[in-house]
Write a protein that binds this ligand. Structure first.
Ligand SMILES: Nc1nc2c(ncn2[C@@H]2O[C@@H]3COP(=O)(O)O[C@H]4[C@@H](O)[C@H](n5cnc6c(=O)[nH]c(N)nc65)O[C@@H]4COP(=O)(O)O[C@H]3[C@H]2O)c(=O)[nH]1
Length: 902
């Protein structure tokens, strides 16, 4: 089934995000439009307001100017009349009581022509009224002391107008306009005063056409009310004091015009005022306009605009809301589509998931199987029809007990799921491991609806794990534990032993000459030998013991918790070790031949707390080394003295390397005699002059030389020194017949470079090779026999002879003797020295002599110490001998002296 990948969740999220963004954009756009519209309307209204105010200002300014001019005209008219009067009186001179009638008439006439002037009076220089324009009114006022009158006495003061002035006589207010009268010579002659009635201003203002809300007022500089239109209601009448601190302040500033906006102190209405000083006269023209009335049209427009704006805002809000609704609807629609897509995708996924490589089984809450997938059928081998309706118990392997299942279900009920490894049974009856997950499924109300189990067949994985484990911890050839596992087991065993105060044992088993077996019989045979040996040893051990293969031919055994008694443990382990050796010694039948293997066992008893794994490994190693060194194919327990011996061994090894470097070697020669006791030859025996130890015997260091391959170099030196000796003796008539037997170690002989090295020695020394005998041991022929034979033949061709040393101690396989190019058998001294005491030894020696005779080989007995031994040997036809009886190993010079008698 192919499934189109749908990333539904991502789409839904993206769509929701876009929707929210769009919604935010619409709201932001609407608010922006609202803001712009508000700013625009606000600006429009403020502009109109400004225009209204500016228009009103220019209107009231113009009106104030008109009033100003008009008021000035009133005073100018009065001023002209007074001027004419003053001119007249200057010409005619001031009247007296006799001639004042003409002046009175003139004054009456003047008054008649100036309706705003109530009376014109002429005062004498003393302030006494000389004549008045009001008919026969008696001049009764004396104002000589008044500031107004006295001001005219100043020559420069021509004309002066008072603010509103209360006339006690007339009980009314006047504005007195005075003019200085002068004589023809210019001296102060008196004052002509015209009394201007303030009402005239009110009448004049009344004549003016004013706009609605407009007011025109005249006040004197002391803010006393003179006139106003519209006429104010009580208590404002001429002379009333107007309370306007702002105006008082302005007056103090001395400015001539002022526009201000405040509540009128007269009618309390908020007005825009234009205030002008009326020329130099003591009067202010105040034109005001009622702001309420002025702005009523503007307010109306503002109201309309606001309404329009509100309507637009509402319409916009409605449109935006409508759009948002549409968006929401579209979003919901898209969401629903996407949810449907999601559901479809989930269904697809569920279907795909159901067809997975995992086996799936679905049950109802009672455990009745409702459905399984193909994988489940394939794993179990049951078809769906065979499974559905059953209980999963049908797969039970029986390997898990009821308690296991109880725990499993307890966990499922508690936590909702369980997972783990379980063994089940296929239809075929085969048991198999599976990894099982059980999940409880609940509906939204929390009611258990199903159980879903998924499982995977882990038998292959298990097998692979097992294989990995096997490879990691077991030896592939023998199936035994490998070094890693063995070390692990020792570690664990040691802890156990220490905890339970018991003893255990470590055994290292080394198979002798396995390398030779491998080289001569091939690796396949070698492998077979190892497998057989492993099997046999395994049969000798208990299940609790661990048998391991640590290296090619190294085996080890761990014996755990044997006993708490050390001696008891020793005995038991020794018995086991001998059983193992005996098992090893059984002949092993291979395809073509049967071979014998031998081995050595080193044992360390593990008991105390003071040693760790490494210590015990070291101990068992030493014990094995000791067992091998003993050379008896036996068993050796570790004892502390070994450690010292090993150290000594290590020291000796270092000294040997030094010995070779500084040529601390010397050859001693031991005589070999014939039946007459005549020296026919010598055996070259190596001696080591150790700077501290003195003369060291080869028995102590030859095995060490062999173990680190120094034997090749030392052996070459021995051969070379012996050959030089031969070459020297060849020059001596009484020594030229002497042979020299040189010991050749099997390891030296087997070395690939052996022939080349020997040829080099021959070439360098030019020794008479027919006088040279190489002593080889039987062990040389245990393996690579053909190779040894070939080398012998090659040397034989050069005239070299061969003697078989230590005969009778080794393998003694007679069959090969005939095939080898030998010249002499050398009877080992162990037989010779017991020849008189042991019949068995005597029999061996006898048969060796007979064998040599039958093979046409010479025979020589070594280790002859007594005449009796010599006699016995001679009686049994062994004519050649070597031993202390004839001479100990000595220097070449000593041999020469012995023979030549010099
Ligand atoms: N008890 C007793 N011993 C007697 C008597 N006659 C001789 N011997 C000793 O027996 C050993 C004879 O040498 P081997 O069997 O070849 O045994 C030799 C030989 O296997 C080895 N060896 C000595 N020199 C060399 C050498 O140059 N090369 C090699 N590869 N091995 C050598 O060391 C072994 C021991 O040599 P040595 O200590 O020199 O010991 C010599 C000699 O001193 C006797 O009547 N009684």
């Amino acid at each position: 089934m192919s499934v189109t990948p749908i990333n539904v969740n991502d789409d839904v999220l993206k769509a929701t995000k876009t929707y929210r963004q769009q919604r935010r954009h619409v709201v932001a756009l609407y608010l922006l439009a609202l803001f712009v519209m508000t700013v625009l309307f606000g600006w429009l209204l403020s502009e109109q307001y400004k225009q209204e105010i500016e228009a009103a200002e220019s209107r009231i300014t113009a009106r104030a100017n008109v009033v100003n001019e008009w008021a000035k005209g009133v005073f100018a008219q009065s001023g002209q009349a007074l001027f004419g009067l003053a001119e007249l009186l200057a010409l005619q001179g001031m009247p007296n009581s006799d001639n004042d009638q003409a002046l009175k008439r003139s004054l009456e006439n003047l008054t008649l022509y100036m309706p705003m002037v109530d009376e014109i009076t002429v005062l004498s220089a003393e302030g006494r009224a000389l004549a008045s324009g009001r008919g026969n009114r008696k001049p009764d006022a004396d104002i000589s002391e008044s500031a107004f009158f006295n001001a005219f006495k100043q020559a420069g003061q021509k004309e002066l107008i008072t603010p509103l002035y209360w006339s006690d006589i007339d009980q009314r207010y006047y504005l007195y306009h005075g003019r200085r009268l002068e004589t023809s010579t210019g001296e102060f002659a008196g004052v002509a005063i015209s009394s201007i009635v303030p009402e005239v201003f009110a009448d004049a203002l009344e004549q003016m056409s004013v706009y609605d809300g407009e007011s025109i007022a005249l006040v004197d500089p002391g803010l006393k009310f003179i006139a106003r239109y519209p006429i104010p209601e009580e208590p404002f009448s001429i002379g009333s004091q107007i309370d306007s601190p702002e105006t008082t302040e302005w007056l103090a500033r001395g400015e001539s015009t002022w526009s201000i906006n405040f509540d009128s102190p007269i009618d309390g209405r908020k007005r825009l005022f234009r205030i002008l000083r009326v020329g130099e006269y003591p009067m202010l023209a105040v034109v005001g306009i009622d702001l309420n009335e002025l702005l009523s049209a503007w307010r109306q427009r503002a109201l309309i605009l606001t309404l329009v704006m509100a309507v637009i805002a509402l319409l916009g809000a409605w449109g935006a809301r409508h759009y948002l609704n549409r968006l929401a609807l579209a979003h919901q629609l898209r969401q629903r589509i996407e949810e449907r897509e999601q559901a479809r995708a989930e269904a697809q996924i569920a279907a795909a998931a159901f067809q997975t490589h995992l086996g799936i089984l679905i049950t109802d809450p009672r455990g009745t199987i409702l459905k399984v997938n193909e994988t489940f059928s394939r794993i179990t081998g049951y078809s769906e029809a065979e499974i559905v309706g059953n209980n999963p118990r049908m797969f039970s392997s029986g390997l898990q007990n009821a308690a296991f299942y109880r725990r499993l279900w307890k966990r499922v009920i508690k936590t909702g799921n369980w997972e783990g490894e379980i063994w089940n049974q296929r239809k075929s009856g085969e048991l198999f491991p599976e990894w099982l997950t059980i999940s409880a499924v609940y509906d939204v109300a929390g009611t258990l609806t199903h159980y879903v189990a998924t499982m995977s067949d882990i038998s292959e994985r298990k097998a692979a794990e097992q294989e990995i484990h096997q490879l990691a911890f077991y030896d592939t050839l023998t199936g035994l534990a490998n070094r890693r596992l063995f070390m692990d087991r020792i570690d664990t065993a040691l802890k156990e032993l220490q905890r339970h105060q018991r003893c255990g044992a470590l055994l290292f088993i080394d198979i002798d000459n396995f390398k030779q077996i491998n080289d001569t019989l091939g690796h396949y045979a070698g492998d077979q030998v190892l497998q057989r040996v492993a099997r046999r040893m395994g049969q000798m051990l208990r299940d609790t013991d661990t048998l391991a293969r640590l290296g090619s031919d190294e085996f080890a055994v761990l014996i755990e918790g044997v006993d708490s008694n050390h001696a008891q443990t020793n005995r038991l382990v020794e018995r086991i070790a001998h059983k193992l050796l005996a098992a090893l010694n059984e002949p092993i039948g291979l395809a073509e031949e049967s071979i014998m293997v031998t081995g050595n066992i080193g044992i360390a008893i593990m008991a105390s707390n003071e040693y760790g794994v490494d210590d015990y490994l070291q101990q068992v190693d030493m014990a094995l080394f000791q067992a091998k060194s003993n050379g008896r194919h036996g068993v050796c327990f570790f004892d502390p003295s070994m450690q010292a011996a090993l150290l000594a061994h290590v020291k000796l090894e270092a000294d040997l390397i030094q010995a070779q470097a500084s040529q601390q070697w010397q050859l001693y020669y031991q005589p070999q005699v014939d039946q007459h006791g005549r020296i026919t030859g010598v055996e070259a025996l190596l001696r080591w002059h150790h700077p501290e130890r003195g003369m060291v015997s080869p028995g102590d260091f030859i095995p060490l030389l062999e173990s680190n391959e120094l034997i090749n170099d030392v052996g070459e030196w021995v051969l070379e020194d012996a050959c030089y000796q031969l070459a020297r003796w060849a020059q001596h008539p009484r020594l030229s017949e002497l042979t020299i037997s040189v010991n050749i170690s099997p390891l030296q002989f087997r070395d690939e470079q052996f022939l080349a090295r020997v040829e080099g020695v021959f070439a360098r020394t030019q020794a008479p090779l027919q006088q040279l005998k190489l002593e080889v041991t039987e062990s040389l022929f245990v393996e690579a026999r053909d190779d040894a034979r070939d080398k012998m033949l090659a040397l034989k061709a050069r005239g070299v002879r061969f003697s078989l040393d230590d005969f009778g101690t080794g393998y003694s396989s007679l069959a090969y003797l005939a095939q080898l190019p030998l010249d002499q058998l050398k009877i080992d001294q162990s037989f010779v020295q017991q020849v008189l005491e042991s019949q068995a030894n005597a029999a061996i020696v006898e048969s060796t002599i007979a064998l040599a005779e039958s093979l046409n080989l010479e025979v020589i007995a070594e280790g002859v110490e007594t005449k009796a031994q010599q006699a016995w040997l001679l009686a049994h036809d062994c004519h050649a001998s070597q031993g202390y009886l004839f001479g100990r190993p000595v220097t070449a010079e000593a041999i020469e002296r012995l023979i030549t008698g010099d």
